[in-house]
Design a binder for this molecule. Structure first.
Ligand SMILES: [Zn+2]
Ligand SMILES: [Zn+2]
Length: 212
């Protein structure tokens, strides 16, 4: 598997390129302000992006969608319960005092778990609301093998959990998503949060102060 992570100021939100080393097909996850760095990684690895997949629609996770879609021609996927956030990206920017361009239309909503395939790999979608209504976890791995990497957006962080004070946030719903969905994966499953360092399901089960 090819995996590239990029993050830049002001939000230091992680954007990801995940690719199949055999077929050079790939997906782009959550392109934000670091989109130019993600596109450079796509070119370096000579990848063809099949899908632009969004974990949720807070502005830091979507400000690069327009540039990515124009450069790559790939369709954009989102959970339909986050469409209201996606469509209000300009107003989200105003909340932070940041000018943000409107983003292009979403091309498809996640309807069931997928997978959305790229080469020998797939991305399976699990609805994990709580940080926002349409938050999802993308479980990525080879179709022929059980191991998955979890791209969890802002649902779970290394040693912390997502904020619940934004529109549609709910602490009990968030905790239930983490425990019933994310913690159902094996303890050695690697978790890539939307901000900060990677962790594992087992480490967070044992040491995360919001969950122990
Ligand atoms: Zn968020
Ligand atoms: Zn974020």
């Amino acid at each position: 598997m090819i995996l590239e992570t990029r993050a830049i100021a002001p939000f230091f939100k992680n954007g990801f390129v995940v690719g199949c080393e055999e077929t050079r097909e790939a997906i782009l996850i959550d392109p934000g302000d670091e989109v130019d760095d993600l596109l450079a990684a796509v070119r370096t690895h000579q990848l063809t992006i099949r899908y632009i997949l969004l974990t949720h629609a807070h502005l830091d996770h979507i400000t690069g969608v327009g540039i990515a879609k124009k450069a790559l021609g790939a369709p954009v996927g989102l959970h339909k319960e986050d469409l209201f956030l996606y469509e209000s990206v300009v107003q989200q920017g105003q909340m932070f005092g940041i000018p943000v361009d409107p983003q292009p239309d979403v091309d498809f909503f996640y309807d069931g778990s997928g997978p959305w395939r790229f080469g020998r790999y797939g991305a399976w979608v699990y609805h994990t609301p709580g940080h926002c209504p349409g938050g999802v976890c993308l479980a990525v791995g080879r179709e022929s093998e059980p191991e998955r990497l979890l791209f969890v957006g802002d649902t779970l962080f290394a040693g912390s959990i997502g904020r619940v004070d934004l529109p549609g946030g709910d602490l009990q719903v968030l905790l239930n998503s983490i425990r019933s969905v994310l913690f159902s994966f094996p303890d050695d499953t690697v978790v890539y949060p939307g901000h900060g360092e990677a962790t594992t399901v087992g480490v967070e089960k044992r040491t995360n102060p919001f969950l122990t």
